[in-house]
Design a protein around this ligand. Structure first.
Ligand code: SF4
Ligand code: SF4
Length: 211
């Protein structure tokens, strides 16, 4: 048994069918062809800070350890540099697999609580979906409020300075034709995942598209 699988608590942690559902999603088709060579981990600039390395994540995912991968911090630390994807001798799209896992974790609400990256990703998506534009100060305030509002208090000088220079809009910006944008985003399966509260998993979405 692989050491990454040993890291999982027990066989009871497996979610049968997870790997199968994941491997039919776009970009994840080669999941099962991993030879565990570790090249992805070797080239990853943030692997040292991850709870599971890219190689371990792939092994856990294809072994049905759904909870371990969806709740890991590793998928949120990925910097999307694509070094792992370009170096993989099996042409596995590791970065795309991590993207899919992030979307899945958000849609099931199992990402680490008060961890900045998933909160930022979700609020960014919601703002784009609802307004068609991101108002940075509102986005930053929301993320601070939902992760570490005490840190925001310490930044009042910066906020005041931006306000004085007219760089701190007091209204949310929006595009004119928001409905068209929503229709376009709704037609893209991956886009809807992060924007709809309590959204369905990629697995469920795939089921929906079965004939
Ligand atoms: S580089 Fe590719 S084949 Fe090697 S461990 Fe990573 S995903 Fe698997
Ligand atoms: S894309 Fe993510 S997992 Fe892959 S090497 Fe870059 S940071 Fe690491």
């Amino acid at each position: 048994m692989n050491d990454s699988v040993r890291a999982a608590r027990s066989e009871w942690d497996r979610t049968p069918g997870f790997a199968e559902a994941l491997s039919v999603l776009p970009g994840c088709e080669s999941l099962r062809s991993c030879i565990q060579c570790g090249t992805c981990t070797g080239v990853c600039p943030v692997a040292a800070h991850m709870d599971y390395s890219p190689r371990q994540l792939i092994e856990l995912a294809r072994s049905d350890f759904k909870n371990q991968v969806l709740r890991s911090r590793s998928i949120w630390l990925c910097a999307s540099c694509y070094a792992c994807t370009t170096a993989c001798p099996r042409e596995i799209r590791v970065t795309d697999i991590l993207y899919t896992l992030k979307q899945w974790a958000i849609s099931e609400g199992v990402h680490p609580r008060r961890f900045t990256v998933p909160v930022l990703a979700r609020e960014f998506s919601v703002m784009v979906y609802s307004r068609g534009r991101v108002t940075e100060n509102f986005l930053a305030s929301l993320v601070f409020f939902k992760t570490n509002w005490m840190a925001a208090i310490g930044m009042w000088r910066l906020g005041l300075g931006l306000l004085m220079r007219g760089r701190f809009p007091l209204r949310l910006e929006a595009i004119k034709d928001r409905e068209s944008l929503r229709r376009m985003l709704d037609s893209a399966p991956a886009a809807g995942l992060q924007t709809k509260a309590g959204g369905e998993s990629p697995q469920a979405r795939k089921e929906d598209h079965k004939p």
